[in-house]
Each structure stands twice: as C-alpha cells, then as structure tokens.
Design a binder for this molecule. Structure first.
Ligand SMILES: [Zn+2]
Length: 84
C-alpha cells in the first residue's frame, strides 16, 4: 500500500514520486530528496499529492531541491507573484 503524501509534508525517502494535482497539469513524476518538503504547484500554490513510485539510494550532490512544480505548458510572462 502506497501512502499519499502532500505539499509541505517532509519527504520520507529519496526517490521518484508520482504527482497528483487535478487543478493543473503538472509533471507526472518527480525525483525528490528525503528531509526536504514536498513542493507545491507553481501555478496555484495549492497542495499537490505525491506517491512514492521508486526509492533511489543514489545521492547526486549536484541536484537542487525542488520547491515548485512547473506546468507542462508554457505560461505567458507576468503570471508569477512574489512570495508573501
Ligand atoms: Zn495548481
């Protein structure tokens, strides 16, 4: 049984996670590192659901932590709002 996890939960395990977000079409899967927080949707800032697909033990030090998931479609400029 796979546990559904959400934005701002702590990532329990490094690996490839499936992305669940009905409001926008996001990437289907993303690699995330344990200890960080699950990213939000870059478009609405709302919670995104995640399920672990494949745990990966290899640590790649050059990888950046992901804080937002980009949309698959290109959005026109001017849509970004500063952090409040
Ligand atoms: Zn969204």
């Amino acid at each position: 049984m796979t546990q559904r996890l959400f934005t701002d939960d702590t990532i329990p395990e490094t690996g490839i996670y499936s992305v669940f977000h009905s409001a926008h079409q996001l990437v289907g899967s993303v690699k995330l590192h344990c200890g960080a927080l699950f990213p939000r949707c870059s478009q609405c800032g709302d919670q995104v659901g995640f399920e672990l697909m494949l745990a990966t033990k290899v640590y790649q030090p050059m990888e950046m932590h992901i804080f937002e998931l980009p949309l698959l479609e290109d959005e026109p400029p001017g849509q970004w709002e500063p952090e409040s």
